[in-house]
Structure formats: C-alpha cells, structure tokens
Write a protein that binds this ligand. Sequence first.
Ligand SMILES: Nc1ncnc2c1ncn2[C@@H]1O[C@H](COP(=O)(O)OP(=O)(O)O)[C@@H](O)[C@H]1O
Ligand SMILES: [Mg+2]
Length: 331
Amino acid sequence: MTERLLEVKDLRIEIDTRRGPATIVDGINLHVDAGETLGIVGESGCGKSLTMLSLLRLLPNKIRVAGGSAAFQGSDLLKLSPRELRETRGGKIGFVFQDPMTSLNPVMRIGDQLSEPLIHHRGMSKADARKRAGELLRLVGIPGAEARLDAYPHELSGGMRQRVMIGIGLACEPDLLIADEPTTALDVTIQAQIVDLVKDLRKRLGMSVVWITHDLALIAGLADRICVLYAGTVVEDAPAEQLFAGPAHPYTRGLLASIPRMGGAETERLASIGGTPPEPGRRPPGCPFAPRCALAEDICRQVVPKLASMQGGSAAHRVACHVTSRALEAA
Ligand SMILES: Nc1ncnc2c1ncn2[C@@H]1O[C@H](COP(=O)(O)OP(=O)(O)O)[C@@H](O)[C@H]1O
Ligand SMILES: [Mg+2]
C-alpha cells in the first residue's frame, strides 16, 4: 500500500480587505504519497503559493488560514507548536521559493547559507556543516563546488543561484521538497537542467516532491500526478499520463491547448480561454470557472461542483465539473 505523506483537507484561506474578509483559497483537497511527485498547476494568482506557504505558516500579513487541516506524518501542520514548526520547516519539509534573489541572503556567503539548516536542524558542528555544504553544492551540480562556498549570491548566475536554493531545500534530506516555480526566472535550457536534477535527486533520496508551476509542459515528464487549481480550488486531479491523454475539466483542456510550441515564447496567458479568474471577494455562486466556460449550463452558475472520480473512468482521475462528469457517465 502506498503511504500517504501529506493530506490537505478543505483548506480555506482568507484575506482582509476594506470590505471585510474575502476568500482566496476555497476548500482545497490534495494529497501527496511517499516517494510521489505532485505537480500543482494553474494560472498566476490561483492560490498555488499561498496554499503551500500556509502549510508552513509563512503567509503574508492580512492573509490567514480560515479552515481545514493538513495531516503530515501524524500531525496537523496547521496546529504545530512553534518548536514543532521550526523542526518541520527546513528539516522534514524543504522549500524552494520562486525567486532566489529575494530568498537568498545577499550579504551572506553561499556556504554559510547552506550550513545554517544543518547546524540548526542536525546539530552539526560548523566544520562538519561546511563539509556537507560542499557536498550539497556538488550534488546540485555546481562546478568547482568547494571553491564556491565563499561566494556571495550575486557572484553566481541565475541558474546556479537556483541550484543553491535547491541545495538549501535538500540540506536536511527532507521527506518532502516543495518547489514553488523554481525555474520561472530561468531560460528554457537551464529550466530543463533543473527539472532533470530534481528528478534524479528524488530517485536518489527517495523523497516526495510538490512542484508548483503555471507551465503544464514543464512538468509533463516530472510529475506522477497533477492537481489543476483554478481560483483557489482543485478542479482536476489525475495521474499525469491520464491528465494529458484525457483532460476532463474545460479549464484543463484550455491549459493544454495553450501550451506554447517548443521554443516558442513563454506565456502565462490562455490563448484559448477568454476572460479572467474571479477576484477574491467576487467569486460567482456556482462553479468559479462558469463565467469563462463554453460548456456552462444553469446548474454551473448555481451549484459548486464537487471533486469526484468520474463514473466509468479511473478512480484516481477526479474532476469538479457538472458537465464533463455527466458526459462520461452517459458514454
Ligand atoms: N501579499 C499579498 N497581498 C494581497 N493579496 C495577495 C498577496 N499574495 C497573494 N494575494 C492574492 O492571493 C491570490 C493567490 O496568490 P498566490 O497564491 O500567490 O497565487 P499563485 O502562486 O497561484 O500565482 C492572488 O490572486 C492575490 O489576489
Ligand atoms: Mg506563486
């Protein structure tokens, strides 16, 4: 049996606005099994980062968890004591943030930034941590690793900085690595190298990975399973090959149709879907995608569809859509 590592249930996140609290994340359900790589995909602004930040209680000001749970190795991440939280962050769960220029400390040498979690979480001596920091740089493919320990972030290229970030995320050999658009700022060749690196490390270290991206094409060869987010809800959740072979949600179909050609310009805009997602506090009553959906019917504008396995389809393929789940039942 596969072991469940993380199970997020009915996660709700709110933001304070002048008009009162508004929902940003509206009942997210997702899970990650041991050794599995989960891709989380969706347009910019759909709540990918906040969902993951909330699990480590790193939400920005005025944004808070309003409900739900996140079971991880027998405890609820949302209820950890400050001490347990410190042990989990960077220890059991490694995090690679979106932008290495803002998450690496510009005035601290690379070696010290890599050593910090080792001293803090593993109780290593400074000398041992430095030795391990050199090994980590080699692990993430930095040439002349040991010589780079004394470099400052600005002395490295963007790709190298992102590798350092991954090294920090991996320092304590976490059970789960959360990577939030770790390659967005990089050119296509370097992106592919980083994806290959994480694939290789995942196998070698046996960890689970959550890889957040707006780019379905990028994680095609990396994710075992993919969750598609729209306006703070999961609209489809399926093994990767099933999602690519038979996307069920109209939004997922639109995302797939808008994958740019190989070597084409990167775009976050959806060529095939007009309109924009609802703003926080202005969610429509039924399916959040209904206003943009060519298949929407009356029920879609009234009742929020539940994420459920498709009748006659694979149990692992779940979709939240009144129309496509019914079409499959009839088929
Ligand atoms: N610091 C912030 N202040 C105000 N609103 C925010 C902030 N961060 C995120 N949001 C709101 O939350 C939504 C989801 O944000 P986020 O999780 O960062 O999206 P994603 O990572 O999918 O691009 C955004 O559309 C935005 O409206
Ligand atoms: Mg984000």
